[in-house]
Design a binder for this molecule. Structure first.
Ligand SMILES: Cc1ncc(COP(=O)(O)O)c(C=O)c1O
Length: 463
């Protein structure tokens, strides 16, 4: 409980405090502070608050985000409230020749701004996990795809089970690069637990290591995988089949405020921080956190750190700084984006010209119940279908406010015809599907833009 000061102080510098009333603290002994100077009163209150902090229940994710990057070094007052951007690639070596163990040597190895981002994301991803969150690690990379690569390199020789509609960049990396390095993959519909189970059973006879790669909601069909259920199945299968089964969740569409995959039992969680974490379409960064509570998580953390620094696809200081800055507004951005996305999904769903809407917040979404269980909000991403590609292109062409661009999670609403951007031999999106990344514009403006574009497309198709 905060001290309750019953009368406002009128303080002039260096003068005795003019508090007339008393301070009650935790209902304990009342103390007359009129004998203290204002600075003394401040210091005393600070000390009392710090001593009771151990028992504080901890702040909510929203609050943690609003303070992302504020260094909490209580031994040092007068700290900056916006983090410093450290651009130096190298650090002076002490005359003894030994770098301090917690110091910095060279920017690829470690950088204070990147380290601060990693620490912040670690605190977010492990929120509510357990009291002792030591043992996991967060590593930041030059992009989401570099993070994907680091994860897969940390499990050499593994067979990867992927969602059948996962982000095409992941399957492309596997097909064009990693298959040649002994990493094979199989794609399944992850919304069917029995399919995951039978795939694991089939693969277990030839593989000693399997990665179960979840992406939820998936890009672009917004399918929702039941993370907790899959993790429980995997743990059971691991004991039964005697194979190593590692779980990872690409939670790019569901940042920590929405879903905390480590809390649901996953060994790792990753994000393309290029998207919601950054939030302004101006940085490229990927981030992975390993669980401190699972054996695989604890083992993989140091491996990922080694891959990050030895391969060198590290997040740049400036992108790390921008990402810290983006995190500060993540909760308000996301709340607004989720609210607008829900309204737009409902509007599109009611529109006669739209054949299908994919949004986990709609009660008719096939995994709506799972979404309600593991998502606090339903996200700012949705996709919808028109009868064919030409109709979809006509809708896109008829838009004015909504921008035609790839990527997602920024302040501006983006639309994309996914099938035409996916590799031609691995198109997973229906030809008439458009993906919408909802931004921060006024919802009525977005709805009107869509309504006009749908009307134009209807007129064109009628002639
Ligand atoms: C779900 C998902 N994962 C990973 C990535 C790759 O991230 P990046 O573009 O930052 O490399 C993307 C990019 O769109 C994505 O949507």
């Amino acid at each position: 409980m905060m001290p309750c000061i019953q009368n406002r102080a009128v303080v002039s510098s260096g003068m005795r405090c003019a508090f007339k009333k008393r301070v009650s603290y935790n209902g304990q002994r009342k103390q007359n502070i009129s004998s203290l100077s204002a600075p003394e009163a401040g210091k005393k209150a600070y000390k009392m608050r710090q001593s009771q902090k151990q028992s504080d229940k901890g702040y909510s994710l929203d609050t943690m985000l609003a303070h992302a990057g504020i260094e909490t070094d209580h031994s040092r007052f007068n700290s900056p409230l916006s983090p410093a951007l450290h651009m130096s690639t190298t650090y002076e070596r002490p005359p003894s020749g030994e770098y301090p163990s917690d110091g910095f040597i060279y920017a690829r190895e470690s950088n204070p701004t990147r380290k601060l981002l990693e620490m912040e994301v670690y605190r977010l991803e492990t929120k509510g996990l357990c009291k002792d969150t030591i043992g996991g690690t967060t590593t930041a990379y030059a992009s989401g795809m570099a993070a994907v690569n680091a994860i897969l390199m940390a499990c050499p020789g593994a067979h990867v089970i992927l969602p059948d509609d996962c982000y095409h960049g992941v399957s492309s990396q596997l097909v064009t690069i990693l298959n040649q390095h002994g990493i094979q993959h199989t794609m399944v519909d992850m919304t069917h637990i029995d399919m995951i189970e039978s795939t694991i059973q089939n693969l277990a006879s030839q593989n000693t290591k399997i990665i179960v790669w979840m992406e939820t909601p998936s890009n672009p069909l917004a399918k929702v995988t039941d993370i907790e259920l899959v993790c429980r199945l995997v743990q059971h299968q691991e004991t039964q089949l005697g194979v190593k089964l590692v779980t990872i969740v690409d939670s790019t569409w569901a940042p920590p405020l929405i879903t905390l995959p480590l809390k649901l039992g996953a060994d790792m969680v990753m994000h393309s921080a290029t998207k919601y974490f950054g939030g302004h379409s101006d940085l490229t960064l990927g981030i992975v956190t390993t669980s401190p509570t699972t054996q695989h998580g604890r083992e993989l953390g140091p491996k990922l750190r080694e891959i990050q620094t030895k391969i060198g696809a590290v997040a740049s200081p400036f992108d790390s700084w921008l990402c810290l800055r983006g995190l500060r507004t993540l909760s308000v951005r996301l709340r607004q984006q989720c609210k607008t996305a829900m309204e737009l999904a409902t509007f599109l769903n009611d529109h006669a010209f739209v054949t299908k809407v994919h949004y986990p917040g709609l009660p008719l979404h096939p995994q709506h119940d799972v979404a309600c269980k593991q998502m606090t909000q339903f996200g700012g991403m949705l996709s919808f279908e028109l009868q064919d590609a030409a109709t979809a292109f006509a809708v896109v062409g008829g838009l004015d406010l909504i921008k035609r661009a790839t990527s997602l999670g920024g302040t501006e609403t983006l639309i994309e015809h996914r099938a035409s951007i996916e590799p031609p031999d691995r198109v997973t999106s229906p030809t008439g599907l458009l993906r919408l990344s909802v931004g921060l514009e006024e919802c009525t403006d977005l709805k009107e833009d869509l309504a006009i574009a749908l009307h134009i497309a209807q007129e064109i198709s009628a002639h």
